[in-house]
Design a protein around this ligand. Structure first.
Ligand SMILES: Cc1ncc(COP(=O)(O)O)c(C=O)c1O
Length: 404
């Protein structure tokens, strides 16, 4: 049997609906907005999915022309963990965590880069660049290494050292800026014009979202349907936009005919431009001045995909929630102690959001809720709870210390 081919048809701007050939590299629409990959979904059946555990199972709805061109480090196929202790604590009947920490480079960013770099290589690109809050940069570095192409990463200088080290380990050229991802983004955009690098910044090319959307397909298969709510930490918005695209495709494919999940996107109280726009009833967000949060992935003062995040939240009848850093720390700690799940601060934010949503009566007690832990805690090793660890010199001392 020949390998299944992608059903990629064209690129389309979901805002102004202008279309483009998908056969050449392209960043954004002429209107300056992000582009989506569109497919001929007519012939796509569940039987045409590949018998694989990773995200390439969904090749018929991905932009890569054949399985041979799929660069893989084992991305996707992450566990959906049932969380009975969280259900009991929060009084919600069904809670699951989609644990994205299991991805290569430890975050869901691997999904986007696996697909974007595979497609870039297929289109003949040899030099890719990204401005990053950290995790997208190290994921690009890993997949570029696998592809045998060059990667350039520009990140804020206070990005956790472990993420920067990982980026360098995978062979990227790394530069730091005294600022946020916004300054890094301006520098990369201008530099690409001179160096010939292709810019794979968040929502500034169409294929990272395609990788992210596989979270939605997996969730549908793992749960045997779709939940009432998904709760997702949001900086640049690829996660939320990818999930919403997946849910709409599942409907278009005829695989799901019930209501679609409501999307709760979660930002940090110290950097919540899209939540503010949601509450103010605006279509786009304003640049957030002095963004401060312990979650680097949420320190995005202005996102190119803000209008699409707002659209996903509104169309799904969902909401936006801002969470204090302390609630993220508490969330990380609760995930760990109640469920044995190692969560990053961004993931911890979803539990802080769940508390607000339950207390405010937005999430109902008989709802099914899926929280997304987007990464491992090990890449940002600031202790989430006050950690007092004693040194012992003997078993006698150890046993003595264990006595109540
Ligand atoms: C661990 C983690 N979670 C969540 C996010 C936010 O994702 P997005 O920018 O797709 O909204 C990021 C982004 O860097 C991240 O690194």
């Amino acid at each position: 049997m020949p390998p299944p081919l992608s059903n990629l048809a064209r690129l389309e701007c979901p805002t102004c609906h202008k279309t483009y050939e998908a056969s050449a590299p392209r960043n954004v629409c002429d209107c300056g907005r992000p582009l989506f990959a569109r497919y001929d979904l007519g012939g796509v059946t569940r039987e045409s999915l590949l018998p694989r555990r990773d995200l390439w199972r969904y090749l018929p709805v991905l932009p890569i022309s054949s399985e041979d061109h799929a660069l893989t480090l084992g991305e996707g196929g992450t566990p959906l963990l049932h969380c009975p202790a969280i259900e009991k604590t929060y009084g919600v009947s069904r809670v699951f965590v989609k644990d994205e920490a299991a991805n290569p480079t430890g975050t869901f960013k691997a999904r986007g880069m696996a697909v974007a770099v595979s497609r870039a290589k297929e289109l003949g690109l040899t030099r890719l660049a990204v401005p990053s809050a950290g995790n997208a940069g190290s994921a690009l570095a890993a997949y570029a290494a696998k592809a045998g192409i060059e990667s350039l990463v520009v990140a804020p200088k206070d990005t956790p050292l472990s993420i920067l080290q990982e980026t360098v380990l995978f062979g990227a050229r790394l530069f730091l800026v005294d600022g946020t991802i916004t300054q890094a983004g301006d520098i990369v955009k201008a530099a690409c014009k001179e160096t010939g690098h292709f810019n794979v910044a968040t929502m500034y090319e169409p294929y990272r979202v395609e990788g992210k959307k596989t979270m939605g397909y997996e969730l549908f298969e793992q749960l045997g349907g779709l939940p009432d709510w998904v709760v997702f930490p949001t900086g640049g918005g690829t996660g939320v936009v990818g999930l919403w695209k997946a849910f709409q495709e599942l409907k278009e494919l005829g695989w799901h005919d019930g209501p679609l999940p409501k999307i709760a996107f979660v930002q940090a109280k110290g950097c919540a431009p899209i939540v503010k726009a949601f509450k103010d009833g605006k279509e786009g967000s304003e640049l957030w001045k002095n963004p401060v949060t312990i979650a680097p992935g949420l320190r995005v003062p202005k996102a190119l995909g803000d209008t699409l995040v707002l659209k996903a939240a509104r169309e799904s009848r969902g909401t936006g929630v801002a969470v204090e850093d302390e609630a993220m720390r508490a969330g990380v700690s609760e995930f760990a102690r109640l469920e044995g799940i190692g969560a990053c601060y961004e993931g911890g934010a979803t539990l802080g959001a769940l508390r607000q949503l339950v207390e405010g009566g937005t999430v109902k007690r008989d709802d099914t809720v899926v929280l997304f832990n987007t990464g491992t805690p090990l890449k940002n090793p600031r202790a989430p709870v006050g950690m007092k660890v004693a040194t012992v010199e003997s078993s006698k001392e150890l046993v003595g210390r264990l006595e109540p």
